[in-house]
Design a protein around this ligand. Structure first.
Ligand code: MRU
Length: 359
């Protein structure tokens, strides 16, 4: 693959993660994504527990953004003279996104462990993620254009995506959304179907919000409508992010991604996963070993304050599912496309050693 050359797309919408001040006394400012799209409110995190809480309650969410926030959280840990304990504590906030452990591992390797060196490493992790997003978009767009040469300046390129793998989930312009922003910047018409994404509606609240704010034609659908939309031939490509990709290419992402891949296969529509190398866990052989976060039943029964199920109903709430490699047309990374998706191809593109897993 050639190196991307396009002008960087400006990050759309409000900044999700920002360090304020210097390394010794500064703090982490996080956009509270639980309040979007109704309120743009920031959390000022000055201790490690507030960073942990923000990750746990999804104020900051999306695999790369969780990693970046935890890296800054480690700087706060050093300010409180509790770097090691803080890093280990932050690693317990969410179990599935491997970027969390990858970023904390990087922070633990900083030597000498000065405030300035730690902040510099956290800022580097943040900036590198922005670059990777842009590169993923370049590779994804050229891959899609080869698959769909008929998509042109008159016929919109039509995407379907799930959850939010956008700017709000990363340090840059997103992973799955990156080819959308790039195509839009190049003047190519783009249409996006956004699954609302039960139960916490990241697709409705976040993806529809950030794409619409950028002037991209976005159509919101309920998750259960995706099959009909695919059947009606309205979608050129399904593209999602990932929270952890095993060594064989099995990919964990927001619950509801796996059925999309099954349906895309049935309808002969390409199913792409867009993710940076920091989302690969080469120490996990297959998706069966990826830890799947279980969320509170209230997120199903009274997610936004309105009770929608009988009292004491039994729930089951896995936050992620695993899409088997054989259902994935290609994984698009900042280093290029992995296709076909199998252990050999993953190994040849991703050759970093994965962080020790704490979960
Ligand atoms: O529970 P969330 O909102 O953190 O889930 C996020 C996702 O599943 C995203 O698709 C994934 O993290 C990729 S973000 C580029």
């Amino acid at each position: 693959m050639t190196n991307p050359t396009t002008t960087p797309v400006p990050i759309p919408g409000p900044r999700n993660i920002e360090w304020v001040g210097n390394a010794r006394t500064g703090h982490l400012r996080l956009l509270d994504q639980t309040l979007l799209p109704n309120e743009v409110t920031y959390l000022e995190c000055k201790d490690v527990q507030s960073v942990w809480d923000a990750i746990k309650r999804l104020s900051v969410r999306g695999a790369p953004a969780i990693g970046v926030a935890a890296a800054f959280g480690c700087v706060i840990g050093a300010q409180w003279d509790t770097f090691e304990e803080s890093a280990d504590h932050l690693a317990t906030s969410r179990p599935t996104a491997v970027n969390l452990f990858w970023a904390i591992d990087r922070m633990k390797r900083v030597q000498p462990r000065t405030y300035d060196a730690l902040l510099s490493e956290a800022k580097t992790i943040h900036a590198e993620d922005a670059t990777m997003c842009q590169q993923i978009g370049e590779h994804a767009l050229s891959f899609i254009q080869q698959l769909k040469p008929q998509a042109s300046s008159v016929k919109p390129l039509s995407f379907l995506t799930h959850c939010n793998a956008g700017a709000l989930a990363t340090g840059g312009i997103g992973t799955a959304t990156s080819p959308m922003y790039l195509a839009h910047q190049k003047g190519q018409p783009v249409r996006v179907f956004a699954d609302e994404t039960r139960p916490l509606l990241q697709g409705a609240r976040l993806t529809a919000f950030e794409l619409a704010a950028s002037g991209i034609d976005v159509t919101l659908i309920c998750d259960g409508m995706a099959g009909q939309v695919l059947r009606e031939g309205k979608v050129d490509v399904v593209i999602t992010g990932a929270d952890r990709i095993a060594a064989n290419g099995d990919a964990a992402n927001k619950i509801g991604t796996y059925p999309l891949a099954v349906m895309a296969k049935h309808h002969g529509i390409p199913f792409l996963v867009a993710a940076p190398s920091s989302t690969f866990d080469m120490s996990t052989a297959t998706g069966d070993a990826i830890p799947i976060e279980q969320r509170a039943s209230e997120e199903i029964t009274e997610g936004f304050g309105l009770r929608t199920a009988p009292p004491n109903v039994i729930t089951y709430s896995p936050a992620f599912d695993v899409t088997p490699a054989e259902l994935i047309t290609a994984i698009i990374t900042e280093r290029g496309a992995i296709q076909p998706v199998n252990t050999e191809r993953v190994q040849s593109v991703i050759n970093h050693t994965s962080p020790k897993r704490t979960q």
